[in-house]
Design a protein around this ligand. Structure first.
Ligand code: APR
Length: 250
């Protein structure tokens, strides 16, 4: 479906233009058009050749720290080469028009901030940040000889990516802010996420249950689709810019 052929219901445009509080939840799908793999896409998702538990869990790290460290080093390199796509920039534009705009992301690639989004809540951390797995000290730079996992300068513990792994709790302040924003949202977008990983997956329901208009933009249907007031299935990089243009003009 060509983006400019997209027609948006007038009711949606009116609601969006008049909303004071808009909240957006994004997942890996919004970065797919920046060339970054998603997690569960059957044909090329990151998990296709690995099991998530092996690579993105404390247990996996303890069992094979080098394999986990190297996998994140590979993903960090991929992120370094990535640039925001029209979907990221459409959200920057949307933020300009909405009095109270909150962007909650499950992504760790930092592309929303690179695009210029200001109020960003990183629920799952950021892959460019590294911290000590023992004392928690942030490491701004490190020597990686490719043989051993780099160690903390302060305590000698193994370094790890500053991201949330399966089984780990989310940063409490970030989750609290996300829940508060969702509860007060007048319009809530779920964009590029399969909507199955908790607690992020509960946020759209928290918004909907408090009266928000729920909009899903995703390549395929998800468990959230039946609850959405409007569901647009296609590429976020096409749908979002068209929706922002239709709502607020160029
Ligand atoms: N435009 C819109 N949606 C897209 C696009 C696109 N160009 N490409 C893919 N998608 C959709 C897919 O159809 C899929 O439903 O994005 C979704 C991505 O889902 P996942 O791969 O499960 O990623 P995500 O929902 O972000 O995963 C949540 O799980 O693995 C953990 O911590 C990790 O943050 C991640 C969390």
């Amino acid at each position: 479906m060509m983006a400019n052929a997209l027609e948006f219901p007038e009711a949606l445009l009116l609601k969006l233009r008049s909303a004071a509080r808009v909240v957006v939840l994004t997942g890996a799908g919004i970065s797919q058009e920046s060339g970054l793999r998603t997690f569960r896409d059957p044909q090329n998702g990151l998990w296709r050749q690995y099991r998530p538990e092996e690579l993105a869990s404390l247990e996996g790290f303890r069992r094979n720290p080098k394999q986990v460290w190297d996998w994140y080093a590979y993903r960090r390199e991929a992120v370094k080469g990535a640039r925001p796509n029209p979907a990221h920039y459409a959200l920057v534009e949307m933020e300009r028009h909405v009095p109270y705009f909150t962007l909650i992301t499950q992504n760790v690639d930092g592309l929303h901030q690179m695009a210029g989004s200001r109020n960003v809540i990183e629920l799952h951390g950021n892959i460019q940040r590294v911290r000590c797995s023992v004392c928690g000290e942030s490491a701004l730079d490190w020597e990686d000889d490719g043989l051993e996992v780099p160690r903390c300068e302060r305590c000698g513990g193994l370094l790890r990516p500053d991201v949330v792994w399966f089984g780990e709790s989310l940063p409490a302040a970030a989750l609290q802010a996300a829940v508060e924003a969702a509860r007060q949202a007048q319009v809530f977008f779920s964009i590029g996420t399969s909507g199955i990983v908790q607690p992020a997956a509960s946020l759209p329901y928290a918004a909907k249950n408090r009266g928000a208009l729920l909009i899903e933009i995703n390549l395929e249907t998800t468990p959230l689709t039946p609850r959405a007031d409007f569901a647009f299935h296609g590429k976020a990089g096409e749908i979002l810019p068209a929706l922002v243009r239709a709502s607020w003009g160029e």
